[in-house]
Each structure stands twice: as C-alpha cells, then as structure tokens.
Design a protein around this ligand. Structure first.
Ligand code: PA5
Length: 448
C-alpha cells in the first residue's frame, strides 16, 4: 500500500496534550459534516471538495492544450495574481529542476507576471520576451483584477506586434468565469481558447482546477498524478470521521488549541528551497480564509536551513508568539554524497561518504529539538517524497484542514472582504469613474 502524508504531534505535547488535540479533532467532525452537507458558512464555495473527481474529464483537454503551447512556443507567460497564480507557481517550483530557466537543454519555460505592478519587472520581462517565442495563459476568475488586467493588456499588445493578431489569438489561452467578467468578453471578442473556473470554487481553493493545472501541464509535469494524489487524500480524509486517522482534522485542531494558548503566529518551514512557494500558497490559503473579524493565526514562513542563519535566532529566543509547522520531506529524488579529502583541510572528513540529505535530516531534527527546548511548539507534516502525487495529497490536506480550522474559529473560510479596502483606495487615487467621492476624502486625509 502506498504511504500517505501524515502528521506528528510529538513536539507539541509540552503545550497541548495529544488527548486534547484528538478530542478537539473528534469534536470538529461536525465541521467536516457541515462541509460535506453544505450547511456551513460560505457553502456556495465548496466545489473544491470534489475537484479530484470533477476535474477528471478536463484533464486530457488541459494536457492537449499544454502540448499545443509547448509545440508552438518555447516560453509561456502565466498572467494572474493570488489564487490565480500561487498554486501553479508552488507546484512548478516544488517539482521542476531548480535551475530550469538556465539549463541549456531544450525545455519549456513557464514565467509568471500580473502578480505585481512593478514597472521594472514588467519591462524586464518584455526585454526577455523579445528573445523568446512565447505564448500566454491569462487567469482571472473575476476577469477584472487590476494587476493581471494591466499586464495582460501590455503583453497582448506586445505579442500582437510580434506575431500578428491572428497568430497571437492562437497563442493566448484564458482561464476565467464561464460567463461573467471582462476577460470572458475579451476572449470571445478575440477568439481565444478558454477554460472555465467553476462558480463554486474560490481563487485560493482553485489550484486543482484549470487555474493551477494548465500552467503545471505546460511546464511538463504530470497533472494526472497530481489529481490522483489529491483524490487519494480525499479518500482518507473527506468522509473519515475517526479523527485519530484524519490528518486534516488533527492539524486543524492542534493549531486552534495552540492559538488558544496565545500562539497567534504559525511559521511553516521546509528544509528545501523547493517548498518556498508552497509556503506562499499556504499563506494565502490560511491568511485569507482565517484572518477576519479580529481573529485568525498569522501565517508566516521560512526556508531552512537558509533562515536558521537569520530568523532562526528570533524563533529560538524572541517573543514566544509562534508555533512551527515543519514540512518534512523524507526522501530526496536525487543522490549526492560528500567526498573525502586526503588532507582534510576543512575538517569535514567526519562527514565523508554521507549523503547531503543525511546532514539536512540532522539539521531538521536538531532544529525541532532546539526550538522545542526554546518553548516553541512544533508540528511536523511528513511527506514521503516531493512528486506530483504527494503534492496533490498535500494540497487537499491543507485545503480541507483550512476549511475545518476556519469553522472552528467561527469565520467564513471562503470569503475575503478585507481585500477590497486597498483596491477602493487605489481606484479612488487613480480617479476611476465612480470613485470621485472616495477620492476627495482620501485627498483631504493625506493633506492632514
Ligand atoms: O482567493 C481569492 O479569491 C483571491 O486571492 C483571488 O485569487 C485573487 O484576488 C485573484 O482574483 P481573480 O482570479 O479574480 O483575478
């Protein structure tokens, strides 16, 4: 039988007992029921729960489209922000060659844009694209988000100038709402191929829809295996009411108990840079789902061992506000041993013959023990290996746990009313029609 990702509570026991964690996890089965029965807050956004099955018929269409983009271009620019960007970025970073854009051998580069408004970043991208034969995937559920809309306008114009309008239309794929929004109308006007984002799936829960899967397929990764992994985790968790064997229930319970003890910051840590963007995706998922009504755990992240040489000091000895969740990958996919040296001038011969991963494992164990001694509760999530299957599992694990955790906190984990505040100010400052009154108020506020 295939191993699954699992959760280890050993290093939280000084702070919360396993009994109380399991008790809250068991009590939280009511939230699992609310999700499955669609009776909880935000119940019109539960489409992600059955995505591993529902996406099945679309997988081959996505693969076909990806193949087309790989055939006609050497680079694809993915335009999107938030949930329309972080999931695919996380998977591609976790599973691709660490230096893929620099490799000489032929491969397809996936680049990202539309997740910032930095003029220099966008200009640099355009400079690079002059040297590339590229296509574009533009992703926006609302179809009206400012950052990707501006960047898409710029890139579309650039591509049309390079290859002509007809050719450009063949190289642009839009992923958006099936009927609403500017991106939908624009796609119809210009004749772009499109994939739909189901109405009942919010941005940050959309990674297993075409939003995440199309860019991942274009990068050359196996999206069927990813979906299989998610499905395998759905099978062991979604309807599993025995809390003891349901990692999503346990994780949701443990983090809420730690919050109740004043641990209001959760630091997600991995011992591989490949997980950097998975943590970014996780931060959006948990930050937007829980941070409302004055509640929630602030999601932060670090990359170890790199950050043991910077934030490690604070985690060890600073204010005791946080707990850590370690993403522990059991097996690397490649093999590298430390060589022996005859003169041992660097005094490292005691490590000769050991794999780098053995040293990394000792760094991980040493860190967990040290942080625990420094009064930091540490949860550990064990991932057998970084591949499509287990990233699929991890995605479903975190999504389900997030929804349960939001319900434990008594918030709606599927809305994000707070993200409108900056947008309204920005539109007012840009004199967008309809924002005149707000604009005046802001000008007065700034004069004070
Ligand atoms: O989770 C969310 O809903 C948001 O973070 C969105 O993903 C983000 O704002 C992008 O929205 P859209 O896909 O509509 O452009």
């Amino acid at each position: 039988m295939k191993e699954n990702i699992s959760i280890d509570l050993k290093n939280t026991e000084k702070f919360i007992s396993c009994e109380e964690t399991y008790a809250l996890a068991q009590k939280s089965v009511i939230h699992l029921d609310s999700l499955n029965n669609g009776t909880g807050a935000g119940n019109d956004f539960l489409g992600w729960l059955s995505l591993p099955d529902d996406i099945h018929p679309t997988v081959s269409k996505l693969e076909k489209c990806a193949k087309h983009l790989r055939n006609i271009s050497d680079t694809t620019v993915v335009v999107g922000i938030g949930g329309s960007y972080l999931g695919s970025k996380a998977i591609i970073e976790a599973l691709s060659h660490s230096f893929s854009p620099l490799l000489q051998k032929k491969h397809h580069d996936v680049l990202f844009a539309g997740h910032n408004l930095c003029e220099d970043y966008i200009s640099d991208l355009l400079e690079l694209l002059y040297e590339r034969n590229y296509s574009i995937i533009v992703i926006s559920k609302s179809g009206t988000t400012t950052e990707p809309a501006i960047v898409f306008r710029i890139l579309k114009e650039h591509l049309e100038r390079r290859v002509g309008k007809a050719q450009a239309a063949d190289r642009i794929i839009a992923v958006t709402d099936s009927s609403k929004g500017a991106l939908r109308s624009l796609s119809e006007l210009y004749g772009y191929d499109t994939f739909d984002i189901p109405d009942n799936i919010g941005g940050r829960y959309s990674v297993l829809s075409p939003v995440g899967l199309l860019p991942v397929a274009v990068s050359g990764l196996d999206i069927s295996a990813l979906v299989k992994g998610a499905k395998a985790f759905e099978d062991i968790s979604r309807r599993n009411k025995k809390a003891l064997t349901n990692p999503s229930l346990i994780y949701a319970a443990a983090r809420n108990l730690l919050l109740q003890q004043g641990r209001s910051i959760e630091i997600l840590a991995g011992f591989t840079p490949k997980l950097h963007y998975l943590a970014e995706w996780w931060k959006q998922l948990y930050g937007e789902s829980e941070g409302k009504e004055g509640k929630g755990i602030f999601p932060a992240s670090v990359d170890f061992t790199t950050d043991l040489h910077s934030l490690g000091q604070y985690i060890q000895e600073g204010q005791r506000l946080m707990f850590e969740t370690i993403l522990s990958v059991k097996n690397p996919t490649k093999t590298l041993t430390i060589p022996s040296e005859t003169d041992d001038s660097d005094k490292l011969n005691f490590l000769a013959g050991k794999r780098v991963s053995e040293v990394n494992r000792c760094a991980e164990t040493g860190t967990i023990l040290a942080h625990n001694d420094g009064d930091v509760p540490v949860l550990r999530i064990d991932v057998p290996v970084l591949n499509e299957f287990y990233i699929g599992q991890l995605i479903y694990f975190f999504e389900l746990a997030c929804a349960i955790s939001g319900y434990i906190l008594d918030v709606n984990p599927f809305d994000q009313p707070g993200v409108e505040a900056y947008k309204n100010n920005m539109f007012a400052l840009l004199n967008k029609p309809g924002y005149e009154e707000k604009g005046k108020l802001l000008q007065e506020k700034m004069k004070k």
